[in-house]
Design a protein around this ligand. Structure first.
Ligand SMILES: Cc1ncc(COP(=O)(O)O)c(C=O)c1O
Length: 454
């Protein structure tokens, strides 16, 4: 049995308290002192040093709804977003399976940004060469970080909505037997990470809040990894509703829409292979500029938030915690709380994939597009965005016809990449997804055995 790079199991990512105390302690020190120390792999978790889930319960003065909206914070993951989790999981599974070897293989990361940042970071720690394939029009903070972590960039034309070009380019590069792709849209470690680590962390995050259960989970879909948390939430709370969010301008799952939009990280114009559409109960559309203007209010409108009754302490906590897709998830959570008529006992959970640190350029662009962004404008936007979120643009996708629509979309997107119809047909049963999920036990055991080889 070969030794593999030293990193955590799925179970240790969910419960870092199960990591050997010496290693945990070293990892927590490295988190502060040296982000490129490989021991940071043991910081891939939603939990803080006290083993509590990093989260914010949004002030009701912001949401305007009675339900509790709980947001898990991805910015505390190494590299600044939870996408490092799927990147690590895919690489460690490939190493365990003997398909990927350091020094021999170059890792490809097709991405619109955060997954690319995660791949370059993980490859730096685990000593793999890497190439990140992404559109050439994303925020400049992303390219800088990827290069800082040592990956090469291979840019394809376009923006967020042109991710299909990155897939085609990856398909080409994969012809070279030296290259191995961490294909986030296709490979099940992304599903496994989010169902196990994110899903169970969501369940823990609502303990002691409202009725302690989850009524709804909202997730703006990119690779549709994060939304797999909904599978675990439903396994524990079958009444929970899983809501996929899409940009209003690029409503691919909803009705095949394929426009350009401003919400980096989501709306990739496809139904990804790893998306378990059986569990997507509703699809809601969120206007892209609402997410960017909402971000401006939260980041620069502290006084406006205070006028609404939000304490300075809470406002400062919110300030750095989200990017545009986090705002999309929050707006979607408020929308669904209204749509489902949820009350004070009910919890809606959602995710902030990353924090503000990579979006200065998005607000600079907003300043260029709007003549004024003084507090009196932000006050008006607060009303227009947060107070006027309505029940419109939510569609029930639980019917057989709607599921068929999503299956067909998936077939259109993936048969052309060589996947068999029989594989796509198998995905139409929940059993397929549960079997994939239970492979976690095998990988937990193998990771422990193989990392301890001499
Ligand atoms: C900022 C941001 N938000 C949301 C997502 C979507 O998450 P997922 O790919 O798990 O669907 C991504 C994915 O890269 C992202 O970078």
């Amino acid at each position: 049995m070969n030794k593999i790079p030293f990193g955590p199991t799925y179970e240790e990512m969910l419960h870092p308290s199960k990591i050997s105390p010496k290693i945990r302690e070293k990892a927590l020190v490295a988190k502060v002192n040296n982000e490129l120390d490989p021991i940071n792999l043991f910081n891939i978790t939603w939990k803080n040093e006290k083993n509590e889930v990093n989260k914010i319960v949004l002030p009701k003065e912001l949401t305007g709804v009675e339900a509790n909206i709980v947001v898990l914070l991805g910015k505390n993951f190494p590299s600044g977003s939870h996408k490092v989790g799927p990147a690590y999981s895919t690489l460690i599974e490939g190493s365990v399976d003997g398909e990927i070897t350091p020094g021999e293989h170059t890792i490809l990361g097709p991405s619109t940004g955060n997954f690319g940042i995660g791949v370059s970071y993980i490859c730096n720690l685990m000593k793999y060469d890497s190439i990140v394939i992404m559109p050439d029009n994303m925020s400049k903070e992303r390219y800088e970080r990827i290069e800082r972590y040592g990956a090469k960039l291979d840019l394809t034309p376009g923006t967020e909505s042109d991710v299909i070009l990155t897939l085609e380019r990856t398909f080409e590069l994969k012809r070279n037997p030296k290259n191995r792709s961490l294909a986030q849209f296709e490979l099940m470690p992304n599903y496994r990470f989010h169902r196990h680590v994110t899903g169970n962390s969501c369940i823990e995050a609502v303990e002691g809040i409202g009725n302690g259960r989850i009524a709804a989970f909202t997730s703006a879909v990119g690779s549709a990894g994060t939304i797999a948390a909904g599978d675990q939430i439903k396994a524990v709370y079958p009444e929970a509703k899983v809501v996929a969010l899409e940009p209003y301008e690029c409503s691919t799952l909803m009705n095949g829409g394929r426009g350009q939009h401003r919400i980096e990280g989501i709306g990739d114009k496809m139904c990804t292979l790893i998306h378990n559409v059986l569990n997507t109960d509703f699809i809601a559309l969120i206007k892209d500029d609402d997410t960017v203007r909402g971000l401006k209010i939260i980041h620069d409108g502290i006084e406006v938030l205070k006028e609404q009754g939000i304490s300075e302490e809470k406002a400062l906590l919110l300030k750095e915690s989200f990017g545009p897709s986090g705002l999309c998830n929050i707006i979607g959570a408020i929308k669904i709380a209204k749509y489902l008529k949820l009350g004070p006992d009910d919890n809606v959970v959602t995710i902030a994939t990353d924090g503000f640190d990579r979006y200065d350029s998005v607000l600079e662009d907003l300043e260029r597009r709007y003549l004024e962004t003084e507090d009196f404008v932000l006050r008006r936007w607060f009303n227009d965005i947060f107070r006027k979120i309505g029940e419109e643009d939510v569609t029930d996708f639980r019917s057989k016809e709607r599921k068929e629509q999503l299956f067909t979309q998936k077939e259109n997107d993936w048969l052309k990449f060589g996947y068999e119809q029989s594989y796509l047909d198998a995905m139409k049963k929940q059993e397929f997804w549960d079997n994939e999920y239970h492979k976690i036990e095998k990988y937990n055991d193998l990771i422990i055995k193989m990392r301890e080889q001499k």
